[in-house]
Design a protein around this ligand. Structure first.
Ligand SMILES: Cc1cc2nc3c(=O)[nH]c(=O)nc-3n(C[C@H](O)[C@H](O)[C@H](O)COP(=O)(O)O)c2cc1C
Length: 188
């Protein structure tokens, strides 16, 4: 089984990268295949609501989203890590979310994948919870199974994440919950 981690920050070596690297380390220890997607080097244009994906399982925009959608389709679990920008996810991540519409319109291809969300802000209470809920909304609208950290909504840290021990524990708890859920589903 495979877990895909998305780092939703334009910064290659920032807090989101740290949170996703830690998440994928845990996934590896727990025996899962892993794939990392980072928005630091992704070329993603916005959805133009052209309606093509209503009738064809494709998108006419030629950028990195075809590969990202195929990675998401191949995943059993998806972890999304987002920076908080003005209290919500950044435009870059929202563009990725919007461009997954072909997966929904062509048979709900993310349905029943297990999802977990992580968020980091410069402030302690800078909008991380709202950012997690925005990610959860994307997951629910795809019919995914959403997990938290076994206590609250998911992984929340304050920048710099690698120095926020308490926050990183919520990241680890979220990833372990996601792995536990995949193991339980596989056992049935
Ligand atoms: C445009 C912009 C808006 C931001 N708004 C917030 C905010 O509302 N709350 C907050 O706590 N941090 C805010 N920040 C700080 C970022 O959340 C923080 O730098 C980021 O999460 C660090 O992640 P990274 O190192 O992976 O890029 C903002 C940063 C930028 C660039």
């Amino acid at each position: 089984m495979k877990i895909v981690g998305i780092s939703g920050s334009p910064n290659r070596e920032g807090s989101n990268n740290h949170m996703i690297e830690r998440s994928l380390d845990i996934a590896k220890q727990r025996g899962f295949d892993r794939e990392k997607i980072t928005l630091a080097n992704a070329n993603i244009s916005p959805c133009t609501d052209c309606h093509v994906c209503r009738t064809q399982n494709s998108c006419p925009i030629d950028d990195d989203m075809a590969g990202i959608n195929s990675s998401l389709e191949s995943a059993d679990g998806i972890i999304v890590s987002s920076p908080v920008y003005f209290g919500s996810p950044p435009g870059q991540l929202k563009m990725l979310f919007d461009r997954t519409l072909p997966l929904r319109r062509n048979g709900f291809l993310l349905k029943d994948k297990v999802g977990g969300a992580l968020a980091v802000g410069a402030s302690r209470n800078g909008g991380q919870e709202y950012t997690l809920l925005a990610i959860h909304a994307w997951m629910h609208i795809h019919g995914m199974i959403v997990v938290g950290d076994n206590s609250h909504f998911g992984g929340i840290t304050q920048k710099a994440a690698d120095t926020d021990e308490e926050g990183m524990k919520t990241v680890e708890d979220t990833v372990n919950k996601l792995c536990d859920t995949l193991d339980r589903l596989a056992a049935r």
